[in-house]
Design a protein around this ligand. Structure first.
Ligand code: TXA
Ligand code: MG
Length: 330
């Protein structure tokens, strides 16, 4: 599963930033850390580079990409912001919030990146390396999570390497990311809608808007229809090992993904136990989630049993990813 590219890996630093900007400018595919997960970047205005990106990830091209920009002003050049969008951008950028907005008339982002939609997803990442790369490159960069399509998102450079070595040009290693789940996506429609729970908890967004976020219709969330957030395919973030949610106990041959200080029956039967946060801290759990899923996935167990995680704050994003991991792959 390798298209024969030589993938260079560079440690964070000035030389890496310059190499990333050069590669992007010549149609290259560059993985770099954001505060949420590692992204796989391509020049958002270069359709050929974007076609390579879809191919490298094995991602369906009807699933649009997020354009990453260096600041709000750069966002204004590619999308139209209403008052609510401006309020959200001012409150949460740079940071783990993506806004889906009407495209600006002279939006330079290639149609292939937006899958022909009239809207575009935009975010300003907070990670210093991501910001330096965007500044050095100078234009918008589309960046999905830097994993094979459908697989668990990468939170370290070595996760990226294990999925994409030989398929992309460059990986910038900036260590483990801080947030650990992808950005929250809000559709700035007449009634702002939570398209994907993520790094900014729903409550913080609702506080800024002064209203509740609408839920996408039930049927938007499947593999077949015309999803509102097309990437919200039911099966996503999936390890190869089956995932069993809300486990009240562990069966022989299973591994356990634990949370908090409580115990579950049969813990001694588990081949291995990894605890997302022994002290029950949801931010710590989010940061550990994808790495632990990847680690448990290598144990050749019959299933990954998962203890319940509370739904408040970042728990909504954690439970969303766990549910998708449990659906399994087609
Ligand atoms: O934290 C993140 O958002 C990471 C980092 C790298 O920035 N990126 C990320 O990208 O998660 P990706 O491609 O894995 O997920 C982007 C999601 C997909 O579900 C896609 O369908 C949705 O955004 N999306 C993109 N453009 C959209 C649009 N115009 N309308 C609705 N959903 C859109
Ligand atoms: Mg992804």
């Amino acid at each position: 599963m390798n298209v024969g590219l030589k993938t260079q890996i560079l440690p964070a630093g000035e030389a890496a930033v310059a190499a990333a900007a050069r590669s992007l400018a010549t149609g290259g595919l560059v993985a770099f850390p954001t505060e949420t997960v590692y992204g796989l970047g391509a020049d958002a205005t270069n359709a050929k580079a974007i076609a390579r990106l879809y191919q490298a990830k094995g991602r369906p091209s009807f699933n649009p990409l997020i354009a990453h920009v260096r600041d709000f002003e750069a966002g204004m050049r590619i999308a139209r912001f209403d008052a609510q969008a401006i309020a959200l951008a001012k409150a949460f950028w740079p940071g783990p919030l993506t806004l889906v907005l009407p495209k600006a008339r002279d939006c330079a982002v290639a149609d292939l990146a937006t899958a022909g939609l009239e809207t575009i997803a935009i975010r300003v990442p907070a990670h210093p390396l991501a910001r330096e790369i965007l500044r050095a490159f100078g234009g918008p960069v589309v960046a999905p999570s830097a994993n094979l399509s459908g697989h668990v998102s990468p939170t370290t450079a070595s996760h990226v390497q294990s999925d994409l070595a030989g398929r992309i040009d460059l990986i910038i290693d900036g260590g483990a990311v801080e947030v650990g789940v992808e950005s929250t996506i809000v559709g700035c429609f007449d009634a702002p809608m939570l398209l994907r729970p993520g790094g900014v908890p729903r409550g913080e967004i609702e506080r800024v808007l002064g209203r509740s976020l609408a839920q996408p219709p039930e049927d938007a969330d499947n593999d077949t229809g015309q999803p509102l957030a097309p990437g919200m395919l039911a099966s996503h973030y999936a390890p190869r090992t089956p995932v069993r949610l809300n486990a009240g106990g562990v069966e022989a041959g299973e591994v356990l993904l634990a949370f908090g200080s409580g115990n579950v029956a049969g813990v001694d039967a588990a081949t291995i136990v990894m605890n997302l946060s022994p002290r029950g801290d949801l931010a710590e759990a989010a940061a550990n989630l994808f790495g632990y899923l990847r680690a448990l996935d290598t144990r050749g167990s019959s299933a990954i049993a998962v203890m319940p995680v509370p739904q408040d704050g970042l728990g909504e994003a954690i439970n969303d990813r766990l549910r998708r991991a449990a659906v399994g792959r087609e």
